[in-house]
Design a protein around this ligand. Structure first.
Ligand code: F6R
Length: 241
């Protein structure tokens, strides 16, 4: 893993954006894996700014998001569909039919997982963006998730629900379940770009990079991937030896 320690969140966001912009300029029909949560918000702002200033086009880009809350429909302002729309997709020229986000309210969720795996199998993600949970999750692959699992439904950890309660009115409103790409899907990307900031992530970042590869810390699975770049600030890097 390549670890880059940056001075500010702005620097991280700009570096991450440069990565994506270079990829899309070189290969206009790139497949990009997007994440939600607070970590990539600065990156998406940079992409939107670049789109306005330099007209980098996403018209041939295909996107796959990592996850979606279960039991929430896409118009709900807490859905990851809504998140992606407001932070990125409505501001750029990506085509609606090129966007893939697991559906959180399909009638048959197992069928939805199968459908998502099928779509993923038809594409190779060029760059997968990731954040990391304070418990070491990637996507919503919580501790204990086998590394060979593909898209599945998962019960969210209490820690994850507590961490994400900041986006909701209360802890009780945080959904209990989610649909997430599996670690196996994530590892199939050609390149992985993980963003982590703040002291709360320091332990997970240390265990991801220096700890043993174990299902207790899902992000440690990235150790076996040949092309991972980790962009961190000093707080998130503070426990690295
Ligand atoms: C989001 C996702 C999660 C987040 C992680 C960190 O699509 O898959 O793994 O990346 O929970 O979230 P933030 O960035 O809000 O700290």
């Amino acid at each position: 893993m390549k670890v880059e320690i940056c001075n500010t969140y702005e620097e991280i966001s700009k570096k991450a954006a440069a990565f994506i912009i270079e990829q899309v300029n070189q290969v206009p029909n790139s497949v990009i894996g997007f994440a939600t949560g607070s970590s990539p918000i600065g990156l998406y702002k940079e992409l939107v700014r670049d789109y306005r200033e330099n007209a980098t086009s996403y018209k041939d880009v295909i996107s796959f998001n990592l996850d979606e809350y279960f039991g929430i429909n896409k118009d709900n302002d807490q859905s990851y569909y809504y998140f992606m729309k407001t932070h990125l997709f409505k501001h750029i020229d990506i085509k609606k039919e090129h966007i893939h986000i697991p559906s959180g309210d399909s009638e048959d969720v197992l069928e939805e997982c199968e459908f998502y795996n099928k779509k993923l199998a038809e594409h190779i993600v060029d760059i997968q963006i990731l954040g990391i949970g304070s418990n070491g999750h990637i996507g919503f692959n919580e501790p204990g998730t086998p590394f060979d699992q593909k898209t599945h439904v998962i019960e969210l950890d209490e820690k994850t629900r507590q961490d994400n309660a900041r986006f909701f009115n209360s802890y009780d409103e945080v959904p209990q379940y989610a649909v997430t790409m599996g670690i196996k899907n994530i590892l199939q990307a050609r390149k992985i770009l993980l963003i982590a900031t703040g002291e709360k992530k320091a332990d997970a970042v240390k265990r991801m990079i220096e700890g043993p590869e174990t299902i207790d810390l899902p992000a440690s699975a990235l150790q076996s991937h040949p092309d991972v770049t980790v962009l961190v600030d000093y707080e998130a890097a503070s426990m690295l030896s």
